[in-house]
Write a protein that binds this ligand. Structure first.
Ligand code: MSP
Length: 504
C-alpha cells in the first residue's frame, strides 16, 4: 500500500468558545495535512478533529445556561465549526463524542476490556478536578488544589470501575525506550520517561456514578455508571476510522495514526493512558505524539478560567486569516511556549508578508506590465540558469529542505518558513542587484526576459510552498500570475501602520 498520513487534533471541550490556543493546534494540523496531501495525494491523507462533549464540566456549563446538555453541545459545536471554516481548516472528518458511531464503539471497548479482566470494580476515595476532568489521589496532592491547574478540588468517595493501567507500566516503559521518536519534542519524551521511572502507575478510575454525573456513556456492564470523560474521548482516534470484527480485532484503513498533535497540557493522557488502552485492546500505538507549547499572555497561559483569552475570529478580522495563521506557525518554534501580542503579529505582517513576500510579487508583476505589456515572457532553462544560478539552485533544493524539517520527527513549521523566506529574500536582492531599469534602457531584451522568468519561477515555487501555511494567499498569487497574461491585483498584504491601530 502507498504511504498514508493520518493526523489528529485533540477533541476540544465545548464548555466555552475556542480561543487562540485551540486554533493553534488546528492550524498546525491543517498545515501538515495540506503539506502531506501534496506529497502523498489527497486520498492518502486523513485529518480528524472534533469535540469532547461529555463530563461534568460540560454538564455544569449547560446547567448554567439553563439548557439540556444535548441542546448546549449542539449549539456550541457550531461555534467550533464556524471558526474552523473561517480559518480554512481542511479536516476530513469531525467527530463529536456524543455521536452514535462513537458511543457504540466506546461500549464495545468497555465490554472487551471487562471480559478480559482489565476492568474491575472498587471503591474510589480521592479528589477530582472538574476543569481538568482529572482524578487525584491523596498522595498526589499537597493542598486541596489541582497539581496541574491549581484550582480547588472536589472530594470524591464512590464505588467505581478501574482500568488496570498499572499492569502495563513495564510494557510502556520498554516501548517508549525502543521508540525514541514516539513522543516529540525530545524534552517531552524525556519528561514522560522520567515520570514513569520515578512513579508507580495507579489504576485509572474510568467511571462516575450516574447520580453524580449523568452526561456520559453508560458502562454496558453497570448502567448506573457513566464512562469517565477522558477514557471516552481518547477512543475517538480509533472510533472515527475503524471497527472491531466478531473476534474483537480492530480494523482500519488509517490506524495507526501517524501523528497525534496535542498541547503539552494533555501529554500524560496521550503518552501514558492512551498507548496502554490500545495495548490492552491488542491495537498498535500511534506512530507519534507531538506536544506543542502554550500561547501565553504575559506570564500566564491563555485560558478561559484566567479570563485572558483572545478570539481567533477577532484577530483574523483585524489582520486577515492568512497573516494570523502565518504568525502562529512562524513566530515560535513548534514545541516551545510563545507570547501572544498584536504588536508581534503586526511586526511579522509588515516585515515577512508585506515587505518580503508581498513586495516580491507586486514588483515582479509591475515589471511584467511595464516591460512586457502584462505578458509573461518565455526563455529556456539554460538562460535562467545562466542568469541566476544561485536562485535556480535554491528553487531546486527548496522542497527537500522543507521536507527535512517539516515531516517526522521534526515538525518544525518555523524552519520550513525560514527556507521559503530565504528564497524570497534572495529574489528581492536579485531585483536590486540586477537593476532591470538599466537593462531596459540599454535594450538588453533577452537579459530582461531571463530576469523576469527567474522571478516568475521563484514566485510559483513560493506560492506552492506557502500553500499549506496560507492557502488563500497562495491561491491569490497563482491567480495574479494568470496564464500567459498576468492579472495583477492589489498588494497581497498592505502594511499596517502601528499608529493607526492604537498599538504604538
Ligand atoms: N478535551 C480535552 C482533550 C481530549 S483529546 C482526546 C481537552 N480539551 S481543551 O479544549 O481543554 O484543550 C485542548 C487543546 O487546546 C490543548 O491540548 C491544546 O492543544 C490547546 N490549547 C488550549 N489552550 C492552549 C494555549 N493557551 N496555548 C496553546 N494551546 C492550548 O483538553
Amino acid at each position: 500500500m502507498k504511504d498514508k498520513f493520518y493526523i489528529t487534533t485533540p477533541l476540544y471541550y465545548v464548555n466555552a468558545s475556542p480561543h487562540i490556543g485551540h486554533s493553534y493546534t488546528n492550524i498546525a494540523a491543517d498545515c501538515l495535512a495540506r503539506y502531506m496531501r501534496k506529497v502523498l495525494g489527497e486520498e492518502n491523507v486523513w485529518f480528524l478533529t472534533g469535540t469532547d462533549e461529555h463530563g461534568q464540566k460540560i454538564q455544569r456549563a449547560a446547567e448554567a445556561e439553563g439548557l439540556s446538555a444535548q441542546e448546549f453541545t449542539d449549539k456550541m459545536v457550531l461555534v467550533f465549526k464556524i471558526l474552523w471554516r473561517r480559518l480554512n481548516i481542511s479536516y476530513n472528518d469531525f467527530i463529536r463524542t456524543t455521536e452514535k458511531r462513537h458511543t457504540t464503539f466506546v461500549g464495545k471497548v468497555l465490554e472487551i476490556l471487562y471480559k478480559k479482566g482489565d476492568i474491575y470494580q472498587a471503591k474510589y476515595e480521592g479528589w477530582y478536578c472538574v476543569p481538568c476532568e482529572t482524578f487525584w489521589t491523596e498522595t498526589q496532592i499537597t493542598e486541596q488544589v489541582c497539581p496541574d491547574c491549581k484550582r480547588p478540588l472536589e472530594r470524591v468517595s464512590e464505588t467505581n470501575y478501574f482500568f488496570k493501567l498499572s499492569q502495563y507500566q513495564d510494557w510502556l516503559q520498554d516501548y517508549i525506550k525502543q521508540h525514541p521518536d514516539f513522543i516529540r519534542p525530545k524534552t517531552r519524551y524525556e519528561e514522560v520517561l522520567k515520570f514513569l521511572e520515578l512513579n508507580k502507575l495507579t489504576d485509572l478510575c474510568i467511571s462516575r456514578p450516574q447520580e453524580r454525573l449523568s452526561w456520559g456513556i453508560p458502562l454496558p456492564f453497570s448502567p448506573q455508571h457513566v464512562t469517565y470523560v477522558w477514557f471516552d474521548a481518547l477512543l475517538n482516534y480509533i472510533s472515527a476510522v475503524g471497527e472491531f470484527d466478531a473476534q474483537d480485532n480492530y480494523h482500519s484503513r488509517w490506524w495507526p495514526a501517524d501523528l497525534h498533535l496535542i498541547g503539552k497540557d494533555i501529554l500524560r493522557q496521550h503518552a501514558i493512558y492512551w498507548p496502554i488502552m490500545l495495548h490492552a485492546l491488542n491495537i498498535e500505538p500511534p506512530k507519534a505524539i507531538f506536544a506543542h507549547g502554550w500561547w501565553m499572555i504575559g506570564e500566564s497561559k491563555m485560558s478561559k478560567s484566567k479570563g485572558n483569552v483572545v478570539s481567533p475570529i477577532e484577530m483574523s478580522d483585524k489582520f486577515g486569516v492568512d497573516a494570523y495563521r502565518y504568525f502562529l506557525l512562524r513566530d515560535v518554534p513548534f514545541g516551545l511556549d510563545g507570547t501572544f501580542s498584536e504588536e508581534a503579529i503586526v511586526k511579522r505582517l509588515n516585515s515577512d508578508l508585506a515587505n518580503d513576500l508581498g513586495n516580491l510579487v507586486y514588483r515582479t508583476l509591475t515589471m511584467i506590465e511595464k516591460y512586457f505589456a502584462g505578458m509573461i515572457p518565455t526563455v529556456d532553462i539554460e538562460r535562467k540558469n545562466k542568469a541566476a544560478p544561485d536562485i535556480m539552485l535554491k528553487i531546486r533544493q527548496l522542497s527537500s529542505r522543507i521536507a527535512s524539517v517539516l515531516v517526522h520527527p521534526e515538525y518544525n513549521f518555523s524552519f520550513a518558513c525560514d527556507s521559503i523566506w530565504e528564497l524570497i529574500n534572495t529574489a528581492n536582492k536579485y531585483i536590486e542587484d540586477t537593476k532591470p531599469w538599466n537593462l531596459q534602457r540599454e535594450n538588453k531584451v533577452e537579459e530582461l526576459k531571463a530576469f523576469i522568468c527567474v522571478l516568475v519561477e521563484v514566485i510559483r515555487v513560493v506560492a506552492d510552498s506557502v500553500w499549506p501555511f496560507m492557502p488563500a494567499t497562495a491561491q491569490s498569487i497563482i491567480q495574479q500570475l494568470g496564464g500567459e497574461k498576468i492579472q495583477k491585483g492589489r498588494p497581497l498584504f498592505p502594511r499596517i501602520d502601528m499608529r493607526n491601530t492604537g498599538l504604538s
